[in-house]
Design a protein around this ligand. Structure first.
Ligand code: UT7
Length: 331
């Protein structure tokens, strides 16, 4: 059975940069608070005319150009997002249309911050069984339009950013390379600890002025709980990934964790016992872009020369659901 290799990666973020000081003009917050608690300095927000799908398209075209491929070489799209442009259909079909494609399948993965690794796991299974040969895996999010940009929403509004990252995946027969494992987890007992309650069909009517007045359409979070579980379960998922392939932390060339909070990344690094050069962080520039954070960070790490052929790459993520995941990849 072949393994799955990354043929190319790419990313796209909106041009508009929003600084912590910009936010302090919208709500009662400060650069000092945001920097100390999260490590975030700036994030990118969409402008008029941009959508999640337009970000995803530009990230996909970036990856395709680096792969030297045209869109019609793709035979499947896996689109990971928790901020879809519409309730239905999913963003995958809009991206397919934007790329000028018809007929190939487009699946949407709704696993929030763990979305990219969940999507990778799905794509990897399809590629290994030979069902698809050239899979476009995208993580793309537009958070900014959904944030409560008043003091009421400051605990979440300062953390999230917009952006998209993409990878082109395909089979390799080289036994020394490719995706070694993916491990996926979920614990729905914590679903309401980071969620958007409505609009939703659990409500009748499913959207109402009262719902909007109460702010149910905004993401709300029990930040301390999310922090507590993330800092324990991400290292655990990495340990499982290493054990599954008989590897040790010292063999990791690069850990690319989901970028939710620099303090969480630091705790994960300490828990696994990694040096600074073994961990990639770019949250200071982009904030938390949920499903897009890993592919954006991975692309930047590759451009910075942090990963070479044969190196061990490990991914880990944690987020709303709760869901969490890890992947080990021999680059
Ligand atoms: O991908 C998963 C997504 N989410 C996460 O990973 C988030 C994980 N959690 C966190 O990162 C942290 O819990 C936060 C950064 C969100 C918050 O840090 P914290 O140390 O848990 O702060 P807190 O919620 O306990 O709030 C401390 C204080 C409160 O004021 P009082 O009650 O002590 O007077 C908050 O009202 O900070 C206040 N506060 C703020 N102040 C200035 C909350 N948000 C802000 C803000 N600016 N943006």
């Amino acid at each position: 059975m072949p393994r799955t290799e990354f043929i190319a990666t790419g990313f796209h973020v909106p041009e508009r940069i929003v600084t912590n000081d910009d936010l302090s003009h919208m709500m009662d917050t400060s650069d000092e608070w945001i920097s100390q608690r999260s490590g975030i300095k700036t994030r990118h927000w969409v402008s008029d005319g941009e959508t999640g799908v337009s970000l995803a398209r530009d990230a996909a075209l970036h990856a395709l150009s680096l792969a030297g491929m045209q869109p019609d070489a793709l035979d499947c799209i896996v689109y990971c997002t928790c901020t879809p442009d519409h309730f239905e259909p999913g963003n995958g079909v809009f991206l397919q249309r934007e790329l000028g494609l018809t007929d190939i399948p487009a699946i949407d993965v709704r696993n929030q911050c763990s979305g990219f690794i969940y999507g990778l796991s799905v794509a990897d299974a399809w590629i290994r069984t030979g069902q698809y040969q050239r899979v476009l895996l995208v993580g793309a999010e537009v958070h900014s339009r959904g944030l409560d940009k008043t003091t009421r929403g400051r605990d979440t509004a300062v953390l999230f950013g917009d952006g998209a990252g993409a990878a082109i995946l395909g089979p390799t027969d080289d036994p020394r390379r490719g995706v070694l494992s993916t491990h996926l987890y979920a614990d729905g007992r914590h679903a309401e600890k980071l969620w958007v309650d409505g609009p939703g069909l659990a409500h009748d009517p499913y959207v109402s002025e009262e719902m909007l007045r109460q702010g149910k359409h905004r993401a709300v979070m029990e930040g301390k709980e999310v922090f507590k579980y993330a800092s324990v379960l991400m290292p655990q998922s990495v340990a499982t990934a290493l054990e599954a392939s008989g590897l040790t932390p010292g063999e990791i060339k690069l850990l690319v964790p989901h970028q939710a909070n620099l303090r969480i990344i630091e705790m994960v690094q300490r828990a696994i016992g990694l040096r600074d050069d073994q961990v990639y962080a770019n949250i200071h520039k982009y904030g938390n872009t949920t499903a897009a954070s890993i592919p954006i960070a991975l692309h930047e790490a590759l451009c910075a020369g942090r990963l070479s052929r044969g190196d061990l790459l490990v991914l880990t993520a944690f987020g709303s659901g709760f869901t969490w995941a890890s992947a080990a990849i021999r680059w």
